[in-house]
Design a protein around this ligand. Structure first.
Ligand SMILES: [Zn+2]
Length: 452
């Protein structure tokens, strides 16, 4: 919901007194909820960047939050048996979830089949967390470092039987959602090295890229003209998106007065920020120069928080580091560390924002993953699972990939802020290596419980 309308309505009702928190007045739940999802981010992925950047596996500051694990299996799988996982190296390779099912569960609290987007196993549309936030008058945002119609951002926003028709998903997200902010890649005029391949010369709509990820050429024209976007605030009138698609625009979003309107951020790359750039994918971390003039995930979350937080009733934000998973599928360890670190910097930006502009009393931050990708272990694993080998800060740890797919391992959950301790009520069992675990469905269930 747009904040200006909320302010006017509540002021007319005499609800907004000076300095009064509307969220606190209505209930005891956190005013702001930030859910950060590392796609494919298992414990070993976090530990890899911990070893490289901090010299120890649990070096990131968020290890000091309340740590837990979570099961990720979908309705297509057979659950999670911690004893089998402890004694059979192959067990976690069987029946992993895909990103669509896991993200649908994280957004709705309901398990579903692989490939489903916001629908249950019978194809019935579910209710997204962002819709609950909207109903509470909060502002809402979804952002990703991969294209905006990819499985995770789509499964937090819209509804479809399958993740595969990305053009239809993008069209639906842009024209039918009531989000206030949506940021992702998928720019039709740029390639994966951020080289411009369309939008040029006499016929700007001619491109070597693709319009699929932005909902088709006609919708892109309408976005360019500032006309795309349905009714976000329920007043029956269209609320068109304001397009941001250059680094300077994302910088202004992070530094401006926050009165940015309804923001559609389209990163000037085809599929993701850095993970698909040219150069040797098996090179060590940072050996291939990063593509210049692109934001990192930290700048994106700073922009989102700066805008969404202007709503006096608070906000819900889902922020995805989407290409940790892509580095895992490619077994590209250097790029995995780069992507994990980019996500870690975004977490640091969120923590800094909370401590400067909000408080842990007003804000709940949950960091988790949809599943692990790559079965990343230390060297000489199988049948044992060996830990990664640390070689000191700035040195590549010893590692071993064991699949190019997802696994059914438990993933990390780090939580801080009002209501974080409620996650402990959902503990289902104990994993031999990773300790007490909840289920991924417990995360949205807990958010809903603390919102009430
Ligand atoms: Zn995923």
């Amino acid at each position: 919901m747009r904040m200006s309308n909320v302010k006017v309505v509540l002021a007319a009702m005499g609800v907004v007194a000076s300095g009064m928190s509307v969220g606190a007045a209505e209930g005891s739940g956190p005013k702001n909820v930030i859910l950060m999802v590392g796609d494919g981010m298992g414990f070993a992925q976090v530990e890899s960047a911990g070893l490289y950047h901090h010299g120890k596996p649990d070096g990131q500051p968020y290890w000091q939050f309340q740590p837990l694990a979570a099961t990720t299996y979908s309705e297509s799988g057979k659950g999670y048996d911690p004893e089998a996982a402890a004694k059979d190296f192959d067990y976690v390779r069987k029946d992993p979830t895909d990103s669509a099912a896991a993200a649908t569960t994280l957004s709705t609290g309901v398990k579903t089949l692989n490939k489903r987007i916001g629908q249950d196993a019978d194809g019935k549309p579910l209710r997204h967390l962002y819709q609950d936030a909207e109903a509470m008058g909060k502002s809402t945002g979804v952002l990703s470092t991969v294209y905006l119609s990819h499985a995770t951002p789509a499964a937090f926003t819209t509804f479809a039987k399958s993740r595969n028709d990305v053009e239809a998903l993008a069209y639906d997200m842009i024209t039918n959602s009531s989000l206030d902010l949506l940021i992702g890649a998928g720019h039709p005029w740029f390639d994966d090295d951020s080289k411009q391949v369309g939008g040029l010369g006499d016929n700007p709509y001619k491109t070597d890229g693709s319009y699929d990820r932005i909902g088709g050429e006609a919708l892109w024209r309408s976005i360019q003209e500032g006309k795309a976007g349905g009714d976000a605030d329920g007043d029956g009138k269209a609320d068109p998106w304001r397009l941001i698609d250059e680094l300077a625009g994302f910088e202004a979003l992070a530094k401006g007065d926050g009165d940015a309107g309804r923001v559609l951020g389209v990163l000037p790359v085809a599929s993701t920020l850095q993970a698909n750039r040219d150069g040797d994918k098996k090179a060590g971390p940072y050996e291939v120069a990063a593509t210049p003039n692109l934001p990192g995930m930290a700048l994106l979350v700073e922009g989102a928080l700066n805008t969404l937080s202007k709503d006096p009733e608070g906000f819900f934000l889902m922020a995805e580091g989407g290409a940790i998973d892509w580095a895992g599928h490619s077994n590209a360890f250097g790029r995995l560390i780069e992507e994990q670190h980019d996500f870690d910097l975004a977490v640091e930006a969120v923590v800094a924002w909370v401590e400067k502009n909000s408080s842990w009393e007003d804000t709940l931050l949950i960091i988790t993953a949809d599943h692990e990708t790559g079965y990343l272990c230390g060297p000489d694993s199988d049948p044992e699972v060996n830990p990664l080998e640390g070689h000191g800060k700035g040195a590549t740890p010893g590692f071993q990939w064991n699949t190019g797919s997802h696994t059914n391992q438990v993933v990390p959950v780090f939580a801080k802020g009002q209501g974080a301790e409620k996650l402990l009520d959902a503990v289902k069992g104990t994993d031999a290596r990773r300790g007490p675990y909840i289920d991924n469905a417990d995360i949205p269930k807990t958010i809903r419980a603390v919102w009430r």
